[in-house]
Design a protein around this ligand. Structure first.
Ligand code: CA
Ligand code: CA
Length: 145
């Protein structure tokens, strides 16, 4: 159970993509999930790197959000772009992260990500509501490294 391919079933991946689509119906924020096996770097630092690699810092409102998972490392991090950091309190992501991690501890990976994504969407909605003509600026598909 350390391989990225074994982390989620195809059906579970689809549920996660659907959760992202659902969350993005209420907010202009753009949510992505990246899953990889291992990094030598601290998870937050690696998440920042992936964030830039995926071009997530190119949204108009700078409101991209990345859920980073390191399977073999048992690592999880969530980071938002500078538009979010400027608008919200420092502990903005704490409740979202707590939901994900408590599920992960019970090996409920899909449930944790889906719940975290929906919570992130609800929280983002307060600061970045969905507006008419919103574009899907970043793919909702899971990124795998
Ligand atoms: Ca959007
Ligand atoms: Ca999107």
């Amino acid at each position: 159970m350390s391989k990225v391919e074994d982390f989620l079933t195809k059906e579970e991946e689809q549920e996660i993509v659907e959760a992202i689509s659902k969350a993005e119906k209420n907010t202009s924020g753009e949510i992505r999930v990246h899953i990889e096996n291992h990094t030598e770097k601290p998870p937050l630092e690696r998440a920042q790197e992936v964030f830039h690699f995926l071009g997530m810092d190119a949204t108009v409102l700078r409101n991209g959000v990345l859920f980073y998972v390191g399977v073999a490392d048992h690592a999880f991090a969530i980071i938002g772009d500078e538009g979010i950091d400027k608008a919200v309190e420092n502990d903005f992501w704490d409740c979202t992260r707590d939901i994900v991690i408590s599920n992960f501890k019970e090996k409920k990976y899909k449930e944790g990500l889906v719940a975290g994504i929906l919570r992130a969407g609800e929280r983002l909605e307060q600061y970045f509501p969905f507006t008419e003509g919103d574009k899907d600026e970043l793919s909702n598909e899971i990124s795998k490294g």
